[in-house]
Design a protein around this ligand. Sequence first.
Ligand code: HEC
Ligand code: HEC
Ligand code: HEC
Ligand code: HEC
Ligand code: HEC
Ligand code: HEC
Ligand code: HEC
Length: 234
Amino acid sequence: MSHPRHVGRLALLALAAGLLLSSCTLAQQSQSPAAACSSCHVVASTLPQGHPPAPGDSIAACATCHPPKAGEVGPNGYSVRLHRAHVKAGADCAICHVWKANERFGLIGGQGSLGTLDAEDLGRVKKATDTWGRSPYLAARHGEKHTLACGSCHLKQLIPDDNEALVNRQCVACHGTGAQVAAKAKSKNPHIDPHKSHLGEIACTACHQGHQASKVYCLGCHTNFVMTIPGGDR
Ligand code: HEC
Ligand code: HEC
Ligand code: HEC
Ligand code: HEC
Ligand code: HEC
Ligand code: HEC
Ligand code: HEC
C-alpha cells in the first residue's frame, strides 16, 4: 500500500523541482522570454480590485474581454496600465508580442496585426514605447495622466512620415489649431504667445516633441525671451 504512495510523492517532488527549474530559467532568459505570465507573478493578484477572474497564462486570456483597440483615438486604461507597468520593469515585449519582419507585429494568440515593421522600425518602436512609458516627455505625459496610448497620436501609422503630418493632425484634432490653443490658454505673457505670432500657423511639432525634450522654436532667434514648455528640459 505504501509503495505507490511513495512513488507518487517522488513524482510530485520531481514535478515541483521541474517547475521551479523551468520558472527560474524563464525568469533569467530576459533575451528570449516565454509567454508565461506566471514566470513573474500570479496575474490574479495584480489585476485591479473587483476585476472579473481571468483564467490563462498568456496575454491571449485577456483578449476575449479586451479586444485590441490599437490605432484608436481615446483613453485606453488596459493598454496603458499593462505597458507602463512592464516598461518600467524593463520587461521584454516578447512576453506579449509576436513579430515577423516585414509581415506582422501582433499579440501572442491573436490574429490581427498592429503594424508591419522591419528590424529598424521595431527598434524605433521599442525606443518610443520606452520613452512613452517612462520619461518626462510629452508622449509620456499623455500616457500617464490621460491614459492615451500610441494610437491617439499615431493612429495605425506607428512610424511617422518625415514631416510628421499625421501626428500634427492628431494634435489639432484634440486641441485645435494654434489660434484656438492661443485663445484658450491663459498665456503668461500675451505679448509673447507661442501659438500666435508673426510666424502664423506652424506645425505643432516645430516645438512639441513626443519622445524627446520639447524645445521652443522662438528661442532660436529670440534668445532673450523667457519661455518654458511642458515636456521640455526645464
Ligand atoms: C518579466 C516579469 C513579468 C512578466 C513575464 C509579466 N509581468 Fe506583469 N508585471 C511585472 C511587474 C514588475 C509589474 C509591476 C509590479 C506589480 O504591479 O506587480 C507587473 C504588473 C502587471 C499588472 C498590473 C498593472 C497595473 O498597473 O495595474 C498586470 C495586470 C500584469 N502585470 C499582467 C501580466 C500579464 C497578463 C502577463 C503575461 C502576459 C505578465 N504580466 C507578465 C512583471 C512581469
Ligand atoms: C471576463 C472578462 C475579462 C477578462 C477575461 C479580462 N478582463 Fe480586464 N477588465 C474587464 C472589465 C469588465 C474591466 C472594466 C472595464 C474596462 O476597463 O474595460 C476590466 C478592466 C481591466 C483593467 C483596468 C483598465 C483601466 O481602465 O484602468 C486592467 C488593467 C485589466 N482589465 C487587465 C486585464 C488582464 C491583464 C487580463 C488578462 C489576464 C484581463 N484584464 C482579462 C473584463 C475582463
Ligand atoms: C504585458 C503584455 C504586454 C507587453 C509586455 C507589451 N505589450 Fe504592447 N500591447 C499589449 C496589448 C494587450 C496590446 C493591445 C492593446 C489595445 O489595443 O488595447 C498592445 C499593443 C501595442 C502597440 C499598439 C498600440 C497602439 O496604441 O496602437 C504597440 C506599438 C505595442 N504594443 C508595443 C509594445 C512594445 C514595443 C513593447 C515592449 C517594449 C510592448 N508593447 C510590450 C500588451 C503588451
Ligand atoms: C501625445 C502624442 C504621442 C503619443 C501618445 C505617442 N507618440 Fe510617438 N511621436 C509623437 C511625436 C510628436 C513624434 C515626433 C517627434 C518625436 O520624435 O518626438 C513621435 C515620434 C514617434 C516615432 C519616431 C521616433 C523616431 O525614431 O524618430 C515612433 C516610432 C513613435 N513615435 C512611436 C510611438 C509609440 C509606439 C507610442 C506608444 C507606445 C507613441 N509613439 C505614443 C507623439 C506621440
Ligand atoms: C486624443 C486626444 C489628444 C491628442 C491626440 C493629443 N493630446 Fe495633448 N492632451 C490631451 C488631453 C486630454 C490633455 C490634458 C488636458 C488638456 O490640457 O487639454 C492634453 C495635454 C496636453 C498638453 C499639456 C501637457 C501637460 O502635461 O501640461 C500639451 C502641451 C499637449 N497636450 C500637446 C499636444 C500635442 C503637441 C499633441 C500632438 C503631438 C497632442 N497634445 C495630442 C489630449 C490629446
Ligand atoms: C512655437 C512653439 C510652439 C508651437 C509651434 C506650438 N506650441 Fe503649444 N506650447 C508651446 C509653449 C511654449 C507652451 C507653454 C505655454 C505656457 O505655459 O504658457 C505650449 C503649450 C501648449 C498646450 C498647453 C496649454 C495650456 O494651457 O496648458 C497645448 C494644449 C499646446 N501647446 C498645443 C499645441 C498645438 C495643438 C499646437 C499646434 C497647433 C502647438 N501647441 C504648437 C509652444 C508651441
Ligand atoms: C527666424 C527667426 C525668428 C523666429 C523663429 C521667431 N521670431 Fe519673432 N521676430 C524675429 C524678428 C527678426 C523680429 C523683428 C525684430 C525684432 O523686433 O526683434 C521679431 C519680432 C518679434 C516680436 C516683436 C518684437 C519683440 O521683441 O517683442 C515678438 C513678440 C516675436 N517676434 C515673437 C515671436 C514668437 C512668439 C516666436 C515663436 C512662435 C517668434 N517670434 C519666432 C525673428 C524670429
